[in-house]
Design a protein around this ligand. Structure first.
Ligand code: 11C
Length: 344
């Protein structure tokens, strides 16, 4: 079968990458319909060499569409996703709008692909920093069980959109020219205060919740439990933004259920983990970095060590491109799972 797909948010950083991966034909595509706000409607873009016109996304855009990818922000998904479902499309949503809804599967195919079968029209793509962590945790959970996860992140500005990337570029120039740095977006566009990201580290991603955690930290905590089907798993997160353009890095501390696990056991299961590449050799200074992981579809793990005080405790360094596996590629993989399982 050939599929008719729509991409809402086709001109955004993630939307453009979704279209790039659809050009690789992860499944057979008959037509593609790029959708955007009124501002970009009427412009054209190329799909497999052919010119396609971008249309404004409206409730009527989804007649005849089999799969609709949404990546234009939570409020657009809230307004249009159900309309797309009513028109007969299956929605793969890359925003946080429906992720914790119990009727919406939250899927990372390497971890919980079978959950796509439970969909009622909408399937959610998790937050980028969650996706890369659960891909690394999955083989460890399967082999040894997991008790606790404590993660600290080192996140790229591209997670906050194209304007945040421009802000980093401008502030870097300003700093090097001896000018005052102008901050208008980070740490969170909608919050009251803004701080420079260039030559800095900001311990705030998204806005704060009443409990003192940021929304990004709560996403990592709650989404991990849902995807891994472990509501009682202990998860703590501290999310930090760095002046890095692409790829999120994470220092992840885990405690396994089994108590007789060695560091080599952990490395062996990581080596055979789906979508994972172990890059870990201190003798040759081999470990992943944001630059080495950029534009790749896999999740990279290095610096695997046993804790020196807790025998079932291990430390990992997990790096992946937040716009690729963290967003566009995982979204396309979910659609591939729908096709593979005959659900569309
Ligand atoms: C960031 N993780 O790096 C965020 C971006 O819920 O899909 C992704 C926000 C989301 O700022």
């Amino acid at each position: 079968k050939q599929y008719k797909v729509a991409v809402v948010g086709a001109t955004g950083a993630v939307g453009q990458k979704i279209i790039q991966y659809l050009e690789e034909e992860p499944f057979q595509i008959e037509t593609i319909k790029p959708l955007s706000s009124k501002r970009s409607a009427g412009k054209t873009m190329k799909f497999k060499g052919e010119e396609v016109t971008i249309e404004e996304a409206t409730p009527d855009s989804f007649n005849d569409i089999d799969i609709a990818f949404f990546s234009a922000g939570g409020s657009i998904s809230e307004r249009l996703a159900q309309e797309a479902v009513k028109s007969g499309a299956i929605v793969v949503d890359n925003t946080s709008a429906f992720r914790m809804d119990e009727n919406v599967p939250l899927v990372v195919p390497e971890v919980n692909e079978a959950d796509v079968k439970k969909h009622q029209g909408i399937i959610a793509n998790p937050n980028c920093s969650t996706i890369q962590m659960v891909v690394a945790l999955k083989p460890i959970q399967e082999a040894f069980g997991l008790k606790r996860v404590i993660v600290s992140t080192y996140q790229a500005v591209s997670g906050a959109g194209l304007s945040a990337q421009d802000e980093l570029t401008e502030q870097t120039k300003q700093y090097l020219n001896g000018e005052e740095m102008v901050a208008n977006i980070l740490p969170a566009g909608s919050d009251k205060k803004h701080y420079p990201i260039a030559f800095n580290a900001l311990p705030q991603i998204d806005v704060f919740d009443d409990n003192g955690y940021t929304k990004e930290e709560l996403k990592m905590i709650n989404e991990t439990k849902k995807i891994m089907h472990e509501p009682d798993l202990h998860v703590a997160a501290t999310c930090v933004r760095l002046p890095v353009f692409t790829s999120h890095s994470e220092s992840v501390y885990i405690e396994t259920d089994k108590t007789d696990v060695t560091v080599n056991d952990i490395k062996e299961v990581l080596k055979s983990g789906e979508g994972l590449i172990l890059e870990d050799d201190p003798s040759t200074q081999s470990y992943p970095t944001p630059l080495s992981a950029a534009d790749k579809k896999e999740v990279f793990v290095g610096r695997v060590r046993q804790d020196l005080d807790t025998t079932n405790g291990f430390h990992l360094w997990v790096v992946s491109d937040n716009l690729v596996k963290g967003a566009a590629w995982n979204t396309v993989q979910i659609a591939q799972s729908l096709v593979k399982n005959g659900l569309v």
